[in-house]
Design a binder for this molecule. Sequence first.
Ligand code: SAH
Ligand code: SF4
Length: 381
Amino acid sequence: MTETTKVNLLGLTQPQLEGFFESIGEKRFRAGQVMKWIHHFGVDDFEAMSNIGKALREKLKACAEIRGPEIVSQDISSDGTRKWVVRVASGSCVETVYIPQAGRGTLCVSSQAGCSLDCSFCSTGKQGFNSDLTAAEIIGQVWIANKSFGTVPAKIDRAVTNVVMMGMGEPLLNFDNAVAAMQIMMDDLGYGISKRKVTLSTSGVAPMIDELGKVIDVSLALSLHAPNDALRDRLVPINRKYPLAVVLDACKRYISRLGEKRVLTVEYTLLKDVNDQPEHAAQMIELLRDVPCKINLIPFNPFPFSGYERPSNNAIRRFQDLLHQAGHNVTVRTTRGEDIDAACGQLVGQVMDRTRRSERHITVRQLGDEAAPSPSAANRT
Ligand code: SAH
Ligand code: SF4
């Protein structure tokens, strides 16, 4: 049997792994044993699985493997943030970021190499799209991050306590693999992370939000970024297909199914003079009137030739105050890991673009070099 025909057990959920053991004529309970070795102890070698007999270990070695994405680099920021660049099967590289905070550690996980949705202020979008990550490549990022802190069996001591699907890509456009990976994150035989602490962020693929609600109960974040359709059509092009009313209805349905006082997280990247004015705050208050939510403002993180700027701290505070006065719970995301380019929207990896969008973006950059316009002049209408 060749390498490539081996089944990679890393990305299999518990029922899938039970099915695998049945398919090779073994008992289903082996799935639990092997999952613990993989996810609790970070093991990738069947030889290390001491409660599995030699004959079965040999059988597994012949037909299966435990393989995470290849680590290309690991950087540690002065503030403790860690960033990995990993290579996936398609040859592209994606990024994963670990953010330590008091009492918790949040891992920002990628779901695709690049992204097809082309939001105008996102560097991942500017790279175009190459491939969906497999479930093993998605959960593999959690596996790698935990392993980098040493193998710690007790889940209470694990480094990764929260996961946000906010790295590269749109997770709802890689639905099955994102769901399988999140199931492993929440499974006690996997990472045992509570459903409240696993968050899927979407730019608003409305029909898939309903599909998500049928299979899983993780927390949901909507990348709003604009309080009216005209502006959102420009910033988040998927809005032309699923406008605000449609996507917010889908979010409300999803949240109401969760019950237990759970709310939608609304992400709003603040772009200077584009969506940061008092009128935008007023429209947002009206729009979110009957949406149970908390709002997370993300000051824009610049990248070369984006055409946007971060608002001043005063403008950010003014926007936050307006929402706050209307009764909203509003936080401003602090930028972490800037010295290793790990901040939101700065994740670029190395995507072998299939859409040729990155070529167009590079052309714009070159034109920009020649004409040397002010970076803030572009992309505004
Ligand atoms: N595709 C999904 C998940 C990944 S993006 C989504 O869009 O929700 C994670 C978050 O970072 C999104 O809210 C996105 O809009 C935001 N973001 C993208 N580029 C950014 C930038 N340059 N500065 C700040 N936030 C950015
Ligand atoms: Fe894709 Fe999200 Fe970036 Fe938009 S913000 S281009 S959906 S990764």
